[in-house]
Ligand binder design. Structure first.
Ligand code: MTE
Ligand code: MO
Length: 405
């Protein structure tokens, strides 16, 4: 709705009658606006490659940006695939790449014995599983008052996912070990690139410090099922603790490199640049995630609540560290009470669900949550302003206003 003009015209448009507009002599002017109104009124359909997802659990921003509704997050730790967000920087590859999964090839370089390996070979090297928060760097961008360009994600460009595959360090060992002087691990996506443009400006290729290899997987399963096309099947690089963009889907190249890739998505994209500035290589890259939490229930759109006992429910994670503690406030951060964790601990890269049981008499409340990680880092009160709208972990921005009747 934000994109509609705030005017009497908007009221006409919301009334939805094209003929009334024509009668008012606005027909030609409003043709585009009418189409836009229709798009706002009817939820966008899921794109074909994600058509198996649950439309009721999702907000479809575009065919390549789909987020989980805040009210759809459940309490079973792992986010079901049908509810998990999707973000593609390029059109998803053709589903034909899943026809023979085991034949998928990944070129591994920057090791003593570089070569191309098939998924079949990778499966013979071993398997591990890791539960990890997958979160887009721009999750929470929608709460930046500066309205940075990019998808205005709220909380739902994130989920907790169980990945299974071979640890990257075992792959490197099988190829003689990482070559000397390699400071980065660089993954390259397998999308077909548009013709007529410099590949470096569009390719999805990211470098993370080589130390990230300690926890990284080449994964072929998600939540116990073969990896879907939407989430990077047949093979995906998984970098626990780092923002989503670093976990390269349809990975076709894994390189240990002396330098960061000069692909634009690395050199200029996903940089923490001052408001109003463009990204450039001198600025910090969006990589490791920080401590963050938010409340999912009551959700902001839950409407007036009935006075009485309420379970305040949410998720909390520490990024690189385990989450150690969550506090909840009913009054916008003046007073805090400890929440309890719900369900099993799936390791330091997973999120934990939390609950606070409280009695809410009639009134207005600002429900906030604030997490602390195992190293003592506390979720920040305020967002760190930046042009791209990245890394929003502000507990103020994620607070939920509710009315109890
Ligand atoms: N090959 C490839 N990998 C990619 C992307 C992409 O566009 N292509 N998008 C990245 C971004 S920005 C995010 S947030 C995550 C999204 O993962 P998901 O779609 O499985 O939720 O994938 C990352 N890996
Ligand atoms: Mo992302």
């Amino acid at each position: 709705m934000n994109s509609l003009p705030p005017s009497p015209l908007r009221r006409h448009l919301l009334a939805g009658s094209a003929s009334a507009l024509a009668a008012a002599g606005l027909a030609s002017f409003t043709r585009g606006a009418v189409a836009q109104t229709a798009a706002v009124a009817a939820p966008k359909p899921l794109p074909a490659y994600a058509g198996w997802k649950d439309p009721n659990a999702l907000i479809v921003h575009s065919s390549s940006t789909i987020e989980t509704r805040r009210s759809a997050f459940g309490n079973g730790v792992i986010t079901p695939a049908e509810q998990l967000y999707v973000r593609n920087n390029l059109p998803a590859p053709d589903a034909a790449i899943l026809a023979d999964r085991d034949a998928w090839q990944v070129a591994v370089s920057g090791v003593k014995n570089p070569r191309t390996m098939t998924l079949r070979e990778l499966k013979s090297l071993g398997i591990e599983s890791v539960a990890m928060v997958l979160q887009c760097s721009g999750n929470g961008r929608g709460y930046f008052p500066s309205k940075p360009s990019g998808t205005p994600w709220q909380v739902g460009a994130a989920g907790c996912v169980m990945w299974s595959g071979v640890p990257v360090r075992w792959v490197a060992e099988a190829l003689g070990g990482v070559a000397d002087g390699m400071m980065f691990m660089t993954g390259t996506g397998g999308e077909a690139l548009p013709a007529g443009v410099d590949p470096k400006t569009v390719i999805v290729e990211r470098s993370v410090p080589a130390s990230a290899m300690a926890d990284a997987l080449l994964a072929w399963e998600m939540n116990g099922a073969p990896l879907s096309l939407a989430h990077g099947g047949p093979l995906r690089l998984i970098v626990p603790g780092y923002t989503g963009v670093n976990s390269i889907k349809y990975v076709k190249q894994l390189a240990f490199t002396a330098k960061e890739t000069d692909a634009r998505i690395m050199s200029h994209g996903y940089r923490i640049s001052p408001p109003g500035a463009k990204g450039d290589p001198s600025q910090p890259s969006v990589q490791q995630m920080g401590v963050k939490s938010w409340i999912n229930s009551p959700a902001p759109d839950s409407g007036p609540l009935k006075a009485g006992m309420v379970q305040i429910l949410g998720v909390a994670f520490g990024g690189m560290n385990a989450v150690a503690k969550v506090e909840v406030s009913l009054d916008g951060g003046k007073n805090w009470a400890p929440a309890r964790f719900v369900g099993p601990d799936l390791g330091r890269f997973a999120w934990r669900q939390f609950a606070l049981a409280t009695r809410l008499p009639a009134g207005s409340y600002e429900l906030a949550s604030r997490a602390t990680d195992s190293a003592g880092n506390v979720q920040p009160e305020q967002r760190f302003e930046n042009a791209g709208g990245y890394n929003n972990a502000s507990w103020v921005d994620h607070a939920v206003k509710v009315t109890v009747a």
